[in-house]
Design a protein around this ligand. Structure first.
Ligand code: FEO
Length: 396
């Protein structure tokens, strides 16, 4: 089913209600996703972005509701990742003479994915293509979120097709932001930002400033995932600027793994200490929790408290993925602290502190260890540790 955005402009994408993971198994999606593609029927016919390869038949069927796919003159591939480019070979089988419009880096990455001698046209920021009544204006958007990423702006109708930027992994029956539950929408928009765009926050802020400085009227922001922003569309650009500043709340998150509940009891006592200081915190047992949701709590929090028992002279393996993410997502304005129980060698706290150092997160306080199961005095020390972390969390 297609959805009309403006006269001659249609959403021809697909809704994937069943998707639960993205980037392989790396990113969880509780509410599915959409792959948005847009068809513009002017003197020239333009397809902006495609969909994932398993949905290519649905894309072709959607386009066929409007025009014969062979009539497509221009295919814009704003970004080469296969959730958007997977159906390009099918589209170009129908329209083999179509120009494939890409950013400079996109020429490399699209060719690198498909190894086809397509008729590539490389665009730079400010380049335009006259399509009749309107023009396509291109804005390179490197690192939002790949080097090849590009925005396509449709003059006249004032539609910014922003590819991954401003998206959400959010399957919906209705296509526009004013038609869906706002709490769900922003929960998914934030989870998407945290897990995909946080490391590029500087580029995000600069690109939004650059866009606003262009003074282009924006009636619609049409990303490649989730709902289309037609009601107060710049609300999501402003929200991205706020998120890009990475200003945390004065709260903490305690992330831990545990074998026989000794480290769990330490976590609970540290949480009590934080609460005694009036600092809100969440305890997340990473062994049984969604890592991508936990990272949203990391993003919101000033203080990250990480705990693991010592296991084989190291950490419990279950906590390793989130340590890798904390480093890779390059969080700013954080404080760290480590804790953990041990029976024999007891290296875990030092190893976690090294991870904080590698992640450029300063320690709020030297970590705390507990040998064997915590006694009441150990738990009292953990509460005091939590209180000290609470003071540090509130100090800025
Ligand atoms: Fe939606 Fe970067 O792919």
């Amino acid at each position: 089913m297609v959805t009309k955005l403006k006269e001659g402009v249609y959403w021809v994408g697909v809704v994937d209600w069943d998707a639960r993971h993205f980037h392989g198994q790396e990113l969880s999606m509780r509410r599915g996703t959409t792959y948005n593609a847009y068809l513009i029927c002017d003197e020239k016919t333009v397809l902006v972005d495609a969909v994932a390869e398993p949905f290519q038949g649905q894309l072709i069927a959607n386009i066929s509701e409007i025009i014969a796919p062979a009539e497509i003159d221009i295919v814009v591939a704003n970004h080469s990742e296969s959730d958007h480019s997977g159906a390009l070979p099918a589209v170009l089988r129908h329209a083999p003479d179509a120009a494939v419009v890409v950013s400079k880096r996109g020429a490399e990455s699209v060719e690198g994915h498909y190894h086809r001698p397509w008729n590539f046209r490389k665009m730079q920021t400010g380049d335009r293509i006259d399509i009749g009544r309107q023009e396509l204006l291109f804005v390179e958007a490197p690192m939002l979120h790949w080097p090849d990423s590009m925005f396509t702006y449709l003059t006249g109708d004032n539609i910014l097709m922003s590819n991954d930027a401003f998206g959400q992994h959010y399957a919906t029956a209705l296509r526009f932001n004013d038609q869906v539950n706002q709490d769900e929408l922003y929960e998914e928009a934030l989870k998407y930002y945290v897990n995909i765009l946080t490391p590029f926050s500087g580029a995000v802020a600069r690109k939004i400033d650059e866009l606003l400085a262009l003074g282009l009227p924006v009636d619609v922001i049409a990303p490649s995932h989730g709902v289309i922003w037609r009601s107060d569309p710049l609300q999501i650009a402003n929200k991205y600027k706020e998120w890009a500043a990475q200003k945390p709340e004065n709260r903490a998150v305690i992330l831990y793994d545990t074998m026989w509940n000794a480290t769990r009891r330490m976590a609970e006592a540290i949480g009590q200490g934080l609460a005694e200081e009036g600092v809100d915190c969440k305890l997340i047992h990473v062994g049984v929790s969604d890592r991508n949701d936990a990272l949203v709590e990391v993003f919101k929090s000033r203080t990250i408290v990480l705990g693991s028992p010592t296991f084989n002279n190291g950490l419990l393996p279950g906590i390793m993925p989130i340590l890798e993410d904390i480093k890779g997502l390059k969080f700013k304005h954080k404080l760290g602290a480590a804790f953990g129980s041990y029976g024999w060698s007891g290296e875990a706290v030092k190893i976690i502190e090294k991870h904080f150092e590698d992640s450029k997160i300063p320690l709020a306080r030297e970590g705390i260890r507990c040998k064997w199961r915590p006694r009441s005095e150990d738990l009292a020390a953990c509460r005091a540790f939590g209180k000290a972390l609470g003071e540090a969390t509130k100090s800025d």
